[in-house]
Ligand binder design. Structure first.
Ligand code: NAP
Length: 511
């Protein structure tokens, strides 16, 4: 395996230092990339993070109740297991602290530039380098041989247009922009949205609100989370037995892989049985039969994300909580007017309305070979070879690109598999070469993925963020995690175009 050469810091070109790798985002993806580069002996890289701290989604999503919905022992790096998780599903502050500790443990802090927002990437044919424009208080231009895009998919809040929202005189904010200094006790709180974020926030908000009204547009399948605190003696065992710690992770991996994954196949008889059970569970959990009816989904289980919670239904049974399914007509200065003209007084509006994947995807202007814009290309259809690379955009790697969401595993597990693939590409191209998939390989990979997705429950008629506006699934991968990993274990050389970086004066300077 050839390694990227260490570069002396004084080797600067007229336009500044050339980094071997620029990583965008300091969440799970960026930290994972940094760890692997250092492990390979490459230290000439920088991680650009737009926020004021590391953690990515876990830095931003600090709403009350925020926690992972994959067991923590499986929602962490395999190369950095944590024996000290407090709960099966640990809360946001612990995940944030875990990621901060990873940065320390892996010696990544000096590589990270916070408050740095990347606006564009442009490929320079003459040098074979990428020019990265970033804002960090002032404008800066960086250059790199390789770029790893680890900025995630679910981080641009979606704020739908509600007439009158601008005139609302109370406080209104999105779950991903939580305003922890705003008092919520004894307030009339309106939550718009009823999916993953709302299901976690509502039980906490309901405890302190005078009245909480949750606007639900579509009901969700919600199953018990069965969360619990780990006992001291269990944590002690994990601390002293690396094998036990590994087995704990493996147990969850197997459960996701062999129990959850089959549910997503089209026409699964197991799913039909479970669907009936979940509907029964919802009816039994809600005191008011009329409300229960509104909470039972009418689409197939799994078509939208299956949610887990132990405290959401008990919260909906509270006296001070109401579920409104009449839609929102408009917002006035101190109230939300529903679709039936009812006035719901509001001091605070919490937008649990999810994320704008499309906006996120095109948030960085990327110009590849021959001046081609990736945004323009993805405007028609977002696709990439293994969800990671696009022809005409050499040495650029998306960690969570199109169709990389393995619906039945931990996203961290998926990121590690993708990183294995990315590191092989970086090793292969190293200093002197450019690597990109052939157009034929991108097309074939995409066609196969789309065809296989037809056999999944996600292709059903429900509306979900898994699909783009044309109904094409551009987020999810159609199979289980083991296949995702297998497909990324070794590079198929025939799928790639590997060319020599042109040697001109500037690149000769740095390579
Ligand atoms: P989401 O799943 O996209 O849900 C958004 C909610 O807002 C839905 O209930 C949606 O209704 C509603 N909504 C959107 N636009 C609306 C409008 N114009 N009027 C009324 N209602 C509207 O977003 P999310 O709950 O933030 O979750 C997004 C994803 O983030 C999850 O699927 C998950 O992958 C991730 N997440 C993970 C965790 C975790 O524990 N690890 C926690 C939170 C989120 P419809 O269903 O009708 O569209």
């Amino acid at each position: 395996m050839r390694k990227i050469q260490e570069e002396a810091p004084e080797r600067l070109t007229a336009q500044g230092a050339v980094h071997d790798v620029i990583i965008i985002g300091a969440g799970f993806s960026g930290i994972c990339a940094g760890y692997h580069l250092l492990k390979r002996g490459c230290s000439n890289f920088v991680i650009l993070e737009q926020e004021d701290g590391v953690g990515g989604t876990w830095f931003k999503n600090r709403y009350p109740g925020a926690a992972c919905d994959v067991p923590s022992h499986f929602y962490c790096f395999s190369f950095s297991p944590n024996p000290d998780w407090s709960h099966v599903y640990s809360p946001q502050p612990e995940i944030q602290a875990y990621l901060e500790k990873c940065v320390q443990d892996f010696n990544l802090a000096t590589h990270i530039r916070l408050n740095t927002t990347v606006s564009s990437l442009t490929f320079d044919e003459d040098t074979g380098l990428w020019t990265v424009q970033a804002e960090e208080g002032q404008h800066s231009t960086l250059r790199a041989k390789h770029v790893v895009v680890g900025s995630g998919g679910l981080n641009t809040p979606s704020v739908p247009v509600f007439p009158g929202l601008d005139e609302f005189q109370g406080e209104a904010f999105h779950t991903a922009n939580w305003q922890s200094d705003i008092p919520l006790a004894d307030k009339n709180t309106v939550v718009i949205g009823s999916a993953a974020s709302a299901v976690q926030a509502v039980p906490e908000l309901a405890k302190v609100a005078r009245k909480l009204t949750m606007f639900q547009r579509t009901p969700n399948y919600i199953i018990p989370r069965d969360d619990r605190a780990y006992l001291d003696k269990e944590r002690e065992k994990f601390r002293h037995s690396p094998l036990k710690l590994r087995m704990q992770r493996f147990k969850f991996y197997l459960r996701f892989e062999y129990v959850l994954s089959p549910l997503f196949k089209k026409n699964s008889w197991i799913r039909n049985r479970i669907e009936k059970k979940v509907k029964r569970y919802i009816r039994q959990s809600i005191n008011d039969p009329e409300l229960a009816q509104k909470l039972v989904p009418t689409y197939e289980l799994g078509c939208k994300r299956i949610l887990i919670s132990d405290d959401f239904f008990p919260a909906l049974n509270r006296e001070n909580v109401e579920v409104n399914t009449d839609g929102i007509d408009r917002i006035e200065k101190d109230a939300v007017i529903d679709g039936c003209g009812r006035r719901i007084e509001a001091d605070v509006i919490v937008l649990a309305t999810g994320f704008d994947l499309h906006k996120q995807m095109i948030s960085i202007e990327m110009i590849g070979r021959n001046g081609v814009s990736l945004n323009a290309r993805w405007e028609k259809e977002a696709s990439a070879y293994k969800g990671c690379m696009v022809d005409g955009f050499p040495n650029v790697y998306f960690v969570t690109g199109p169709n990389t969401g393995v619906g039945s595993t931990s996203v961290v597990h998926m990121i590690e598999a993708q990183m294995h693939f990315i590191m092989q590409c970086i090793d292969l191209a190293a200093d002197q070469k450019l690597i990109e998939p052939t157009n034929a390989a991108v097309q074939a990979d995409n066609q196969k993925t789309q065809k296989d997705l037809e056999n999944t429950v996600w292709a059903g008629s429900c509306h979900s963020w898994y699909k783009d506006e044309n109904g094409r699934i551009h987020t999810l991968y159609p199979h289980a995690a083991r296949r995702f990993r297998k497909e990324r274990r070794r590079l198929r050389r025939q799928d790639f175009l590997i060319t020599q970086r042109k040697k001109n004066r500037e690149t000769a300077d740095v390579t």
